[in-house]
Design a protein around this ligand. Structure first.
Ligand code: ADP
Ligand code: MG
Length: 309
């Protein structure tokens, strides 16, 4: 029996183009069937998920409605943990029962401590939500919303600090010991700071791959399995000289990051998360796609980060 922390991307559970509730549920069921196959092989799982498209939708609804006071980002993050946790939790119970496995599944609203004085708060760089045309963006910026401009238009940018500590870490471990399938740290966790011994929510988003790595370390997991929409991390990604990576050492990974091979905010945090887990003593860290998850676990697919060759 081994413990695997599985991180799935927000796009694996929401197709932002289609996204009607029925298609949504089908996508979630598909994801959960793959996870159920891993459980049926005898592994314990902590599941975490991204929330990029979902938090973007909540911000867009707030922006368009104009009738209610917009909620801060920590509250929006908590909303996405609730809605995605609900859908995943229900679907997992259903698909597991279809294959004769009775398991308790619990979503934990998870707070993650960040450093409120780190540079990320002074200079936010993480783009989230919809693109806006210039006129609209100027009105939003006049309300104090920070935005950046690229080819497609203006987009809100927010701080994305490093996850330092998972507040509910002990509760997660207790549930795992009881054989419960835990869904935790969704969307990277709800960002909070600790001030004079109190927890206070803060406006930021945390990268889910980095939180998954921290959670895997805390829980003493054997494996960190990051599932996304590509089968491998690659060098020269998207070019004719692209090389898919199968096994890399921590130092090779660090070198490739330095050379800028991995997309910032997409593949780079996954490689960093895998490196971080192995450096902290984790046994196995793999990046692959959802449909290759089982193959990846037995070394037949994906990109694996190892300590040294
Ligand atoms: P998730 O929602 O699963 O976190 P992301 O979009 O953040 O997904 O990251 C996966 C994406 O990273 C891939 O779809 C791919 O376009 C992009 N990517 C950037 N650089 C690389 C690379 N070097 N190798 C593979 N994929 C890369
Ligand atoms: Mg991502």
């Amino acid at each position: 029996m081994s413990l695997i922390v599985i991180a799935i991307g927000g796009n694996a559970i929401l197709n932002p183009v289609k996204g009607n509730p029925k298609e949504q549920q089908e996508l979630i069921n598909r994801t959960c069937r793959e996870i159920a196959r891993i459980i049926s092989e005898g592994h314990d799982i902590i599941l975490t998920h991204g929330n990029g498209p979902q938090i973007g939708n909540i911000l867009a609804m707030q922006e368009e409605c104009g009738l209610v006071h917009p909620q801060p980002l920590d509250i929006c993050g908590a909303q996405t943990q609730g809605m995605l946790g609900y859908s995943l939790q229900q679907s997992l119970i259903n698909v597991l029962s279809e294959i004769g496995i009775k398991k308790e599944v619990v979503t934990i609203l998870t707070q993650v401590i960040v450093d409120g004085s780190c540079g990320s708060f002074e200079n936010p760089t993480k783009p989230i939500g919809l693109y806006y045309p210039e006129e609209r963006a100027k009105m939003m910026m006049a309300r104090g919303i920070k935005m950046i401009h690229d080819k497609k238009g203006y987009r809100r940018v927010v701080p994305s600090p490093m996850p330092l500590e998972i507040v509910e870490e002990i509760a997660i471990r207790k549930l795992i010991c009881e054989g419960v399938l835990v869904i935790a740290a969704g969307g990277g966790g709800i960002p909070v700071i600790r001030k004079n011994g109190l927890l206070i929510g803060i406006e930021a988003v945390i990268d889910k791959d980095l939180s998954a790595s921290l959670m895997a370390k805390d829980a003493g997991a054997d494996t960190l399995l990051i599932l996304t929409d590509v089968e491998n991390a690659a060098l020269n990604y998207g070019k004719s000289s692209q090389v898919d990576l199968h096994e890399i050492t921590v130092s090779q990974g660090e070198q490739y990051i330095k050379e800028g091979h991995f997309g910032k905010g997409s593949m780079e945090p996954k490689v960093l998360a895998a490196i971080g887990f192995i450096k902290s003593g984790g046994k196995s860290a793999i990046i692959s796609s959802l449909d290759k998850a089982l193959d990846a676990l037995v070394g037949k697919a994906g990109t694996r980060v190892i300590a040294k060759s």
